[in-house]
Design a protein around this ligand. Structure first.
Ligand SMILES: Cc1cc2nc3c(=O)[nH]c(=O)nc-3n(C[C@H](O)[C@H](O)[C@H](O)COP(=O)(O)O)c2cc1C
Ligand SMILES: CC(C)CC(=O)C(=O)O
Length: 398
């Protein structure tokens, strides 16, 4: 039975080859931040009010002026098209069907144009800045021409995080059959058959740019470290503005100083995120950074929380702490691997039903009624201990 996000995770785990599942699941190094993202939500308990009329509930909101039926955004996830053929297209359609919003990663299997042609708006495009600024400019121009609403610049990957499981698995793009994975691949022939209808098994946006070797498989870290520009800094925002007329969102803000700089540079929204624990290990839980960022921003930009959402109650807590909406990564990837578009729709349905129920049970029927008084933070110790290294998370221990 698929009734919560963990059920979808287990289904995804069974359906995917080990290396693909572990690419999705793992975090950087010791998995402190990966675990903290989940454990962080445990620090915030509810203050529920009783005898409130909660018969009419409403979790709709707006993000950058666009109406969403639920405060959930599908975050950018590279290589989602390895989990299901046309994965990014399916996820974008699922988001539209549930009144959510899809963000296409620069590093997707499906291209900017394929997703825009198949899925109704609103869509955001996530940008990694290439050393070759000609390629970067062309990505931005393609997103603009295809009608994407916002540009989401990810700022926490000057260098790929140290994902040891990907290294041990020899995870490559396109995936390769090797001596060590051959048995596992044969155990997942269903995936092999499904993927045979995929448009390709590599980064769709780069097949014609010359940056992707035509026949060789590349490691994700090797390829991105060669191509991403580690010199990008605040002054590049001006350049981006000159080629992108729409709203700019910064993804990967993890302290008040950067939040203030983002506002001073006029960004319309920022995403408190540690990249789902995949980049710098020993960053705090995203939810623990949120109050500091919300206080620094003082309403001058919209603040979105990303990382560790697995329950609707997590979303309610984030909104009570000042987030406008939440981004999810792995939860919708589990749904995608479990059952394609319907699986992503189920992810959104599960979370939005949980949000709805939580709003009823705490006596705050509308998102606009949430503030910090809906939470208690005084009943638990103020630190989150790492409960287990990244591998234990994979074994379902956390
Ligand atoms: C498989 C995978 C691929 C990702 N690829 C990208 C990416 O291309 N660009 C990006 O900005 N973030 C990427 N992220 C990070 C997500 O956008 C998001 O920050 C993170 O997954 C949130 O944590 P959660 O998985 O606990 O929801 C990726 C995450 C995963 C799990
Ligand atoms: C393909 C990767 C560069 C996508 C990414 O950002 C990630 O795996 O976290």
């Amino acid at each position: 039975m698929l009734i919560n996000i963990e059920d979808l995770r287990q289904r995804a785990r069974r359906r995917l080859p080990k290396a693909v599942f572990e690419y999705v699941e793992s975090g950087a190094e010791d998995g402190y931040t990966l675990n903290a993202n989940r454990r962080g939500f445990e620090r915030y308990l509810f203050r529920a009010r009783s005898l409130v009329d909660v018969s009419a509930r409403d979790q709709s909101t707006t993000v950058l002026g666009q109406k969403l039926s639920t405060p959930l955004i599908l975050g950018p996830t590279g290589l989602a098209g390895l989990l299901a053929p046309w994965g990014e297209v399916l996820a974008a359609k699922a988001a539209a069907s549930r009144g959510s919003l899809f963000t296409l990663s620069t590093m997707s299997i499906c291209t900017i144009e394929e997703v825009a042609a198949a899925a109704p708006p609103p869509l955001w495009f996530q940008l990694y800045v290439w050393k070759d600024r000609g390629i970067t400019r062309s990505l931005v121009e393609r997103a603009r021409a295809a009608g994407y609403h916002a540009l989401c610049l990810t700022v926490d990957v000057p260098e790929m995080g140290n994902r040891e499981l990907d290294r041990r698995n020899g995870f490559s793009v396109p995936p390769r059959l090797t001596f060590t994975n051959v048995l596992d691949i044969f155990r997942h022939l269903g995936w092999v058959l499904r993927m045979s209808s995929s448009p390709r098994a590599t980064f769709g946006n780069f097949i014609d740019t010359g940056s992707l070797a035509k026949k060789d498989a590349v490691s994700v870290a090797g390829f991105t470290n060669r191509q991403f520009d580690p010199s990008i800094s605040w002054k590049d925002l001006e350049w981006l503005r000159s080629i992108w007329p729409g709203p700019v969102v910064l993804k990967g803000i993890s302290c008040a100083e950067d939040a203030r700089l983002a506002v001073e540079h006029g960004v319309e929204a920022l995403i408190v995120s540690n990249h789902g624990g995949r980049q710098l290990d020993f960053l705090p839980a995203a939810i623990d950074v949120l109050p500091e960022v919300v206080d620094a921003v003082q309403g001058r930009a919209e603040v979105i929380l990303d990382g560790g959402i697995r329950r609707g109650s997590d979303v309610v807590k984030a909104i009570a702490l000042g987030a406008r909406a939440c981004m999810i990564g792995r939860p919708f990837l589990y749904g995608l691997a479990a059952n394609g578009q319907a699986g992503v729709e189920l992810t959104l349905d599960i979370l939005s039903k949980e949000i709805d129920r939580t709003l009823a049970l705490i006596g705050r029927p509308r998102l606009s009624e949430l503030d910090r008084s809906a939470l208690r933070m005084d009943l638990l110790p103020s630190t989150t201990e790492p409960r287990a290294p990244a591998l234990r998370v994979l074994d379902g221990a956390a």
